[in-house]
Design a protein around this ligand. Structure first.
Ligand code: CU
Length: 118
């Protein structure tokens, strides 16, 4: 009995570790939070990053960004969707940029402003 219990605990710990590892994974584009009756007033979080790729036609940029404490994100490299109103034509690979990221109507993270940073 005691042995069974510790096996269960060990399994639970393993699961806990697995889900912690998953939280580290880079998939915060699709916010898994079950959005309750929450805000149309999504706040934007500001950060800086470096451009690795620009796909102006698809409105996607790949950035290596610093930590974004407001979103609880570590530093990472990722693709971002970019709001339709944002002009990507001035951005080049290798540019350091200042950007803000908010959420679109579906709760997807989306860059709502981005510009070269000095
Ligand atoms: Cu990221």
């Amino acid at each position: 009995m005691r042995r069974t219990l510790s096996l269960i605990i060990a399994a639970g710990l393993a699961l806990g570790i697995a889900s912690a590892a998953q939280a580290q994974m880079h998939n915060h584009g699709a916010a898994p939070e079950p959005a309750p009756v929450q805000k149309a007033a999504a706040q934007s979080a500001a950060s800086t990053g470096k451009i690795n790729r620009v796909e102006a036609g698809k409105k996607v940029v790949n950035l290596t960004h610093g930590p974004i404490p407001a979103l609880n994100w570590p530093a990472m490299t990722m693709d971002f969707g970019v709001a339709p109103t944002v002009d990507l034509s001035a951005l080049k690979v290798g540019d350091t940029v200042a950007f803000t990221v908010g959420k679109d109507a579906k709760g997807m993270y989306l860059i709502d402003s981005i510009k070269p940073a000095k």
